[in-house]
Design a protein around this ligand. Structure first.
Ligand SMILES: C[S@@+](CC[C@H](N)C(=O)[O-])C[C@H]1O[C@@H](n2cnc3c(N)ncnc32)[C@H](O)[C@@H]1O
Length: 236
C-alpha cells in the first residue's frame, strides 16, 4: 500500500498538524474516559499522533506496513509497536482507548473486514474503554474527477510532487497517486494505487452494532472527516 513511498510519508503529509490533532484527541479522551492512561493506536502509520500522545498516555501501536512500524518505534521508544493486521490482531493486552485515525479503516473494503476489525478493537478494551475511529469519506462526501496535489515537498536536495485525480468504482474511491521525486541522481516517477471504501454513516453504525459496540457519531471530528466514539455495548 505504502511500500514504495514509506520513506516520504512524513514529508508528504507535513501539511497535517499532528500536534494540534493529538491535543484534540487528548482532550476528547479526557472527556469520554477521564481516567484513561493507555492507548492502542491501530494503523499507527509512522507514529505521528503517538509521538505527541505519548506525553500524556502510554501508547502502543500496530500497522501493516513494516517500515512504518519501525519509524513509529523509533519515535516512541516507550511504547511497543508491531506489525499486525487490524482485521485479526490479538496482542493479549487491553487498553483504555483503542484508536484508528486518519481514515485507515477505509482501507478495509469489505464490510465483514470492518466488523472483524471492530471486534478486535473491542477485545482490546479495558472495562470502561472507548474506541475512537476517524473514518474515510462517505459516498456523498466524495467527488469524482477532482485533481489533487499534495503541498509539494521543497527541500534543497529533495523535491516531491504527488498528484491524483479522484476516481470511483461503486463504493470504492480510487486514489491513483503519481509521484515525481527529484534527487541529485535525477527524477523518479512512482505510482501507488490506494482503494478505500466509501461507507455511509448508517453503514458504519451498523458495523459497530454488529461488533457489539454502542456508538456515537460526530460529523466533524478532528480533520473534518467525522469521528466515531464507541463502547462495549454489554458494559452499558
Ligand atoms: C492514511 S494512513 C494513516 C496512518 C496514521 N494513522 C496517521 O494518522 O498518519 C493509513 C494506515 O493504515 C494502515 N493499514 C491499512 N490497512 C491496514 C490493516 N489491515 N491493518 C493495519 N494497518 C493497516 C496503512 O499501513 C497506513 O499506515
Amino acid at each position: 500500500m505504502f511500500a514504495k513511498t514509506a520513506e516520504f510519508y512524513d514529508l508528504v503529509y507535513s501539511f497535517k498538524n499532528y500536534e494540534q490533532e493529538s491535543s484534540q484527541i487528548r482532550d476528547l479522551i479526557r472527556d469520554v474516559n477521564p481516567s484513561a492512561q493507555s492507548i492502542l493506536d491501530v494503523a499507527c502509520g509512522t507514529g505521528q499522533h503517538a509521538q505527541f500522545l505519548a506525553k500524556d498516555f502510554t501508547i502502543d501501536g500496530i500497522d501493516l506496513q513494516p517500515e512504518f512500524v519501525q519509524v513509529a518505534q523509533r519515535k516512541v521508544g516507550s511504547g511497543s509497536f508491531s506489525i499486525a493486521d487490524m482485521r485479526s490482531f490479538d496482542l493479549d493486552k487491553t487498553y483504555d482507548v483503542v484508536q484508528c485515525l486518519f481514515s485507515s479503516i477505509g482501507y478495509l473494503t469489505k464490510p465483514e473486514d470492518v466488523v472483524s476489525a471492530l471486534r478486535a478493537f473491542k477485545k482490546h478494551l479495558n472495562p470502561r474503554g472507548v474506541v475512537i475511529v476517524e473514518p474515510w469519506l462517505s459516498p456523498e462526501g466524495y467527488v469524482e474527477g477532482v485533481p489533487y496535489m499534495a503541498p509539494p515537498v521543497d527541500q534543497p536536495d529533495l523535491k516531491i510532487v504527488r498528484m491524483n485525480v479522484s476516481e470511483r468504482k461503486g463504493n470504492l474511491s480510487l486514489l491513483r497517486f503519481e509521484y515525481m521525486i527529484a534527487r541529485k541522481e535525477g527524477i523518479e516517477n512512482l505510482r501507488e494505487d490506494h482503494e478505500l471504501a466509501l461507507y455511509t454513516v448508517a453503514e458504519m453504525k451498523s458495523f459497530f452494532a454488529e461488533a457489539g459496540l454502542s456508538v456515537e457519531h460526530d460529523p466533524v471530528g478532528i480533520f473534518g472527516r467525522g469521528l466515531y466514539i464507541a463502547r462495549d455495548a454489554s458494559s452499558r
